[in-house]
Design a binder for this molecule. Structure first.
Ligand SMILES: Cc1ncc(COP(=O)(O)O)c(C=O)c1O
Length: 433
């Protein structure tokens, strides 16, 4: 029995079933590579689900964390605050889109950031309704489950959910959901389900993560901004997965030139340490009374130190430009693969947030979740960690660290191609000439 198989058995016996876990038990990791407990090496195209934009154990991040651990590790900002929290808020107030006074609040997870953005929007507007999107993912707490537009594995069995949440269609050009159709769907909501004057916020991932790396078209995001302005609705950009240089800009919504009122971020911000934030217009952020927001650990000093280092690394190593480069390499590779492999129906994404969608037939576009799972399994066997996504679990997403060396990136992409061929070849009858 290998150490990995032993650990899998122990996990099954000791850990709650709802905590899904893959079979690679990690022993150590460095930049874009991971070694498991049996000594097998993997290239990491998952990056802890878009967390390690600066790679595993970036030396600058490690040094900042070690320095902070020497000074103090926790006080609770509400009890005895510290400068680094304030300084990081100042940095994010400057880095987020919008040339107006902003304020920031730190929390621990992406879900908590979204929860707080909704709390703030409701408090400020004195309205209760929220519009989110089909295929969207915002977390696993009750409010964020309610906002999520993907039933499995996130919502089944966990209801009832908070009321006053409405879902509109998210544009998906590959599936003929155009900007006009998606806007018409919001119009339908406004006429049939909820008065726009009761809507506190519209929350959108400018690039859907778990929903399948669907990129919101620029004209759609601009139209949302206009709708929000017309009706006094707060526009929240959920940048938890797409933010922090991942798409080639600090925040993915910047590609559209649209300025949201509030931005939620997490994942890449802490470089592997749990930190999330809400940043937005000072007038909105300041609505809630003192003590109404926050928590024991939000903005923990170790995580704040890591985040300062992450922002330093992004600047010093030009990681926005690097994301564009990594994304181009991935796209070129995948587009060539798609030309030879008809099961790849679509290649899409933004910057280094790249995905391909697997279909049984390029004409019917019927999702192929089995083939997707087989590709992940073959990739894992060959030493590449991949993730799937999409409401039909038929999209493979690539989220390599932005710091990945070119040679490791090429090696990973070659393994990916081999895994697609392995999996596709398993059932040759699926091939469409
Ligand atoms: C867009 C988005 N929002 C929120 C979340 C929830 O973040 P967390 O898992 O840190 O609670 C995620 C996680 O994948 C996400 O992708």
């Amino acid at each position: 029995m290998t150490k990995s198989t032993d650990l899998k058995a122990r996990k099954t016996a000791a850990v709650a079933n709802g905590v899904g876990a893959r079979g690679i038990y990690v022993a150590k990791a460095e930049n874009a590579e991971v070694w498991d407990v049996d000594g097998k090496r993997y290239i990491d195209f998952a990056a802890g689900i878009a967390v390690l934009n600066t790679g595993h154990r970036h030396p600058t991040v490690m040094a900042a964390v070690a320095r902070q651990a020497e000074a103090f590790t926790h006080t609770c900002f509400h009890v005895t605050p510290y400068e680094s929290y304030v300084a990081l808020a100042e940095r994010l107030n400057t880095l987020t889109p919008g040339n107006f006074p902003k304020k920031t609040l730190f929390l621990n997870s992406g879900a908590e950031a979204v929860e707080n953005a909704i709390k703030i929007a409701r408090y400020h507007t004195k309205r209760s309704a929220v519009i989110a999107f089909s295929g969207g993912f915002h977390g696993r707490t009750h409010m964020t489950m309610a906002l999520t537009g993907k039933v499995m594995p996130y919502k089944r069995g966990f209801g009832p959910f908070p009321a006053e949440i409405y879902h509109a269609e998210f544009p998906q050009p590959y599936r003929a959901i155009t900007t006009d159709r998606a806007l018409a769907d919001i119009d339908r909501l406004f006429h049939g389900d909820v008065d726009p004057k009761s809507v506190a916020a519209i929350i959108i991932e400018p690039v859907q993560g778990e929903g399948g790396f669907n990129v919101a078209p620029t004209d759609f995001l601009r139209a949302l901004r206009k709708l929000c302005d017309e009706h006094g609705i707060i526009l929240i950009a959920d940048e938890v997965q797409g933010g922090i240089a991942r798409t080639g800009k600090m925040f993915s919504i910047e590609h559209a030139g649209v300025v949201p009122d509030l931005v939620t971020m997490a994942k890449g911000l802490g470089g592997g340490f749990p930190l999330s934030a809400v940043t937005g217009r000072a007038s909105i952020m300041d609505a809630a009374h003192p003590g109404g927001l926050g928590g024991t650990y939000g903005g923990n000093p170790i995580c704040i130190a890591a985040a300062h280092a992450v922002l330093d690394v992004i600047e010093a190593e030009g990681l926005c430009a690097r994301a564009t480069h990594v994304g181009q390499q991935m796209r070129t590779h995948l587009e060539a693969l798609a030309r030879k492999t008809p099961c790849i129906g679509d290649v899409r994404g933004l910057g280094a947030m790249v995905a391909f969608e697997l279909v049984k037939d390029p004409k019917t576009k019927e999702p192929d979740a089995e083939l997707t799972a087989a590709i992940l399994a073959h990739a894992e066997k060959r030493g590449l960690i991949l993730l799937s996504c999409g409401t039909s679990a038929n999209v493979v997403r690539l989220l390599a660290p932005l710091t990945i060396q070119d040679s490791v990136l090429s090696e990973g992409l070659a393994i990916l191609s081999a895994a697609v061929v392995d999996a596709y070849g398993v059932d040759a009858a699926r091939a469409v000439a």
